[in-house]
Design a protein. Sequence first.
Length: 311
Amino acid sequence: MPGGERAGTPAIVVADLTRRYGALLALDRVSFTVEVGQIVALLGPNGAGKTTAVEILEGYRSRDSGHVSVLGFDPADGGRPYRERIGIVLQTAGFEEEFTVGELLRLQVSLYPRRHDPDELADLVGLGDRRRTRVKALSGGQRRRLDLALGLAGAPDLLFLDEPTTGFDPAARHHAWDLIGRLRDLGTTILLTTHYIEEAERLADRVAVLRAGRLVAWGRPSELEAQCGLPSRLSFRPPAGFTAAGLPPMSGTLAVTGAEVVIHTHQALSDTRLLTAWAAANNLDLPALTLTPPRLEDAYLSLTGEPADDE
C-alpha cells in the first residue's frame, strides 16, 4: 500500500510522545493507538496539549522525543506522499471570498491525485444548492460545511477534524454527525477534537482525555463512564405536601431545592425501588421522575477537574 502501510497496521501509533516549550511540558509521554476506520475524540481543557498533539500528527510541529507513525509515515518527514492521504479541517480557515463554492471545490480537488467529484462533494456536505454562491455570501454554518468539503477533497484515508460543528445550528450539527458517521463506515479514520462532549459521545469509538499534557484516560465512552465510578442521578419534582424528612432511608446523598429533589446514588435500582414504594404507600405522585446514569460529560469533568456549568 502507499507509504508502506500494511494490512492490519494501525492508522496511528503514538508512543511516549513528548514536547516542551521552554519550561512548559506540553506533552508528557503520551501513548495511544488508533485502528483503521475508527473515530477517536481528543478531549481536554484549554492548555491540555490537544493542539500540540494534533499538529505533530499532521506534520506541522516537531516533537522532542517519542515515536509517531501515521498511515505508516513519520509525519515529520512524510512529505507530499503523506499529505496526499490526509485531510485537515481547521477550527478557523480563510477563503478567497470571490470564488463560488463550485469554483473553490474544483480548484481544491485538482490538487490531489485521488479526489472526490466536486459536485458530489457539494451534495455530500449539504451545499449542492450553493454551488454558484460566492463564498462571501455564505452563512457561518455554510462556511463550516465548506471547510469540511475542502478537507475531504482528496478522499483522505485519515481526516483531522478540529471543532467541526462550531457555529452549526442543531439540525446542521446532526447532519454533520451523520456525515462523519458515514465517512467512518466507508473506512475513513477520523481524529476529532471537540468541546461538545455530546459530539464525542455520539461519534467516537474511542476517547482520549488529556490534562496538563498527560493522557489521563483512554477507551470507549462507556468504559470511561464506568471507570470513574460516578453515581447515577435520581430526581423528581417535589409533590404537594412533600417534606424531605418523610423520605425512606436511601444509600444516596440527597439535595432538595424548591423545584427538584435529587438523589446521587451508587445503588440506583434499590434506591429507585425504595422511593417508588414509599410514594405508592403514601399515595404520592413523583412528577418528572428520572433516573440518569453517569454520562461521558460527567466522566470528563471528573477526569479533568473542570467545574460543571452550574457550579
